[in-house]
Design a protein around this ligand. Structure first.
Ligand SMILES: Cc1cc2nc3c(=O)[nH]c(=O)nc-3n(C[C@H](O)[C@H](O)[C@H](O)COP(=O)(O)OP(=O)(O)OC[C@H]3O[C@@H](n4cnc5c(N)ncnc54)[C@H](O)[C@@H]3O)c2cc1C
Length: 639
């Protein structure tokens, strides 16, 4: 819809001439794209005069940020007016314009949270944390806008349940009760880590994986759970297609290694654990065709035995191939960075149970990669392989300033590179760098034992003694403490094992891909945030070329750097993750949908633009009735 067309819309005609003029000015240079609006809202037809008025009164530049409120404009207005009424003498207030904008934003955020509550039946902790944060900001500007006054205003606006959720959340996170519940959570997480760390030492296998037991499915960190009405494990295509066709609502699960509620479903959950066979390996053409339930570690093992491999991998190998496709797995690399670069074809089963095989160039191929299962269940993957190779991994503590100023040279000189920053360190001088290069050198004797030893020392420092990790980052990289606790190492390993590490302590992650050119400024702000908040987190930084095959993946459409916060579960992270997300968004960040994120469908449209519109068109064709939607996918991709 062009601006001219909006002028013929009944909602526009109902405005006063002054309001129409204001709308015209606001729309100057803005193209109101009907499919884009329809993708994230009820559609342009739903546009109401109150939407246009709300938009005019808000700071939002784009119309659909306001259209999403059209089902509750009265409450938004009531909260807005309640907030203004709480500040007597506002008309003469020195900072009136700023206060009005803050009140608008707050009322909008509260109504959006309430819409989510009505859809999902609850408000997510991340969203409550972000609201509390916003209320704190309000209070700093105007002391009369306290928690209690916002809660009272919500009650007057008849948003009783949201008010209760806010009260419960603040009680459990602040004051004595909050303190006790935080201590309890930390102790139980540390105990959990200790037991699993011990098991790892004793058996070499921590078995952190999603699983289904006694009617309940849990993810790898056991912090997301569901009791589905049916949990199915089909083992052939007829069964799989039949199960998909019959399910009223459905999510598919792989290794449960994602960090959000994406896999959860109260209806049917389908596991591809019994659908993980290698169908064919052609050593001459270096091509493998496999079922999507296979775990990466099993695929890697079989490929290594056939003297073949994948050129780049992520940091663990417990995921299913389908889960990796569904989140567009990235590793780090100069010339290659994504699993999706190696995919020759995908078999995808739509909501009606019909399967089709698609190749690069087909819109469904690119939509299904990174779609978190909303464009259909990925059931088979055909992969282009390379000859098996040895990989040398060098790990060092290096001078941070030097590493950052010579980043271009470092990236050129190495096949793959990543950094571990220790967030929360005050004046981090040192950073841990990992460099991987293919080599013809023989494998390091006892490489497996040495690899385990390195991972255990990382585990001890990162999960148990964050204070020590901070101290190491704050001192010179050549200091004795650094050499003792984080010694440099060089290992030559099989390419199939060299990228991944065994991560056997529970943690949460948020990760965004940002344009390569902007990553240092984004990283500096993230590290400053962690320092101000005195918040410990490992911050991993990786890089990929512009080669993602996904329409909505974190690295889609550009050369990227990834900034990831990997935070032990014993840290209270919601509030800080929400702030970190704001910083990443300000740096044009694109979320990794296998990890924590607060983005909405509107945000995704702003982030990915035309690619998101194309994605939504494919999704609508594959799943017209919204069978693959759950609370997470609905929030992130729209209904
Ligand atoms: C320790 C650790 C390290 C990680 N390292 C990296 C990394 O280096 N790079 C990176 O990009 N990510 C990384 N991740 C994230 C992880 O790769 C993704 O979350 C991935 O989706 C997990 O795969 P899974 O089989 O466990 O999927 P699940 O957690 O089971 O599912 C993830 C999502 O994909 C959907 N899905 C699963 N299978 C299918 C299918 N067959 N068809 C369609 N949809 C499906 C699910 O519904 C869900 O929404 C890491 C995660 C962990 C825990």
């Amino acid at each position: 819809m062009k601006r001219e067309q909006l002028r013929h819309h009944p909602a526009y005609a109902a405005l006063s001439p002054d309001e129409q003029l204001a709308i015209d000015e606001r729309l100057e240079g803005w193209h109101l794209d009907a499919p884009a609006v329809a993708a994230t809202t009820g559609g342009v037809a739903e546009l109401d005069v109150s939407d246009l008025r709300f938009w005019l009164a808000s700071t939002a530049r784009r119309p659909w940020a306001m259209i999403s409120l059209c089902d509750q404009p009265e409450q938004a207005t009531a909260i807005f007016e309640g907030l203004l009424a709480a500040v007597p003498g506002l008309a003469d207030h020195r900072e009136r314009p700023k206060l009005v904008v803050l009140a608008r934003d707050m009322s909008r955020a509260l109504v959006v949270a309430d819409s989510a509550r009505r859809e999902q039946g609850f408000v997510r902790d991340e969203q409550l944390a972000a609201l509390c944060d916003q209320i704190d900001k309000l209070e700093r500007v105007e002391p009369r806008w306290r928690d209690e006054s916002v809660v009272a205003i919500l009650r007057v606006a008849k948003l009783e349940e949201l008010a209760n959720a806010l009260v419960d959340y603040t009680r459990s996170t602040r004051g004595v009760q909050g303190f006790l519940s935080r201590v309890g959570a930390r102790v139980s997480t540390k105990l959990f880590d200790l037991v699993h760390g011990g098991l790892y030492l004793a058996t070499g296998d921590a078995e952190h994986e999603g699983h289904y037991e006694h009617g309940e499915w849990t993810n790898w960190t056991a912090n997301y759970r569901a009791r589905p009405a049916a949990y199915l494990c089909p083992s052939n295509e007829d069964e799989l297609c039949g199960a998909i066709a019959k399910a009223p609502e459905l999510r598919v699960v792989g290794g449960g290694h994602s960090f959000n509620d994406g896999p959860l479903c109260p209806g049917h959950m389908i596991s591809l654990d019994a659908y993980g066979r290698i169908l064919d390996i052609d050593p001459n053409r270096k091509i493998a065709r496999v079922q999507a339930g296979i775990r990466l570690r099993d695929l890697n093992k079989a490929l290594w035995e056939a003297s073949l491999g994948l050129p780049v991998l992520g940091s663990t190998d417990s995921q299913s191939l389908g889960g990796l496709v569904a989140t567009d797995l990235h590793g780090t690399g100069r010339d290659a960075g994504f699993l999706s670069e190696q995919i020759l074809s995908l078999r995808v089963i739509a909501a009606d149970g019909v399967a089709q095989t698609v190749r690069p160039g087909d819109p469904l191929f690119h939509a299904a990669i990174g779609a978190i299962g909303t464009c259909g269940v990925v059931s088979e993957v055909e992969l282009q392989l390379v000859d098996a190779f040895h990989l040398e991994k060098v790990t060092q503590m290096v001078d941070r300033a030097h590493a950052e100023s010579s980043i271009d040279g470092l990236l050129r000189a190495n096949d793959h590179i990543s950094f571990y920053y220790i967030g929360g360190a005050d004046e981090a001088e040192a950073v841990r760098v990992h460099q991987w290069n293919r080599t013809s050198a023989p494998l390091t004797p006892k490489w497996e034992k040495l690899k385990t030893r390195n991972e255990l020392s990382d585990f001890a420092v990162s999960a148990f003694v964050p204070g020590l990790a901070k101290r190491i980052a704050d001192i010179d990289e050549d200091a004795w403490l650094s050499d003792l606790v984080a010694p440099d190492s060089t290992l030559v390993m099989p390419g199939s094992r060299g990228f991944g590490r065994k991560l056997f302590y529970r943690h949460d992650e948020i990760e965004f891909g940002v344009p390569f050119e902007r990553y240092q400024s984004c990283l500096a702000q993230i590290l400053a945030l962690l320092s101000v908040e005195e918040f410990f987190s490992v911050v991993e930084v990786r890089f990929t070329p512009d080669r993602s095959q996904s329409l909505i993946g974190p690295g889609a459409g550009r050369r990227s750097a990834y900034i990831e916060l990997a935070t032990p579960l014993s840290q209270d992270h919601e509030r800080v993750f929400a702030k970190a997300e704001e910083i990443m968004r300000e740096h044009e960040g694109q979320p990794h949908l296998g990890k924590k994120t607060n983005v909405s469908a509107q945000d995704m449209l702003e982030i990915h633009g035309d690619r998101f519109v194309q994605f939504q068109a494919v999704r609508a064709a594959q799943d017209p009735g919204g069978k693959f939607l759950n609370a997470f996918t609905q929030r992130v991709l729209g209904g």
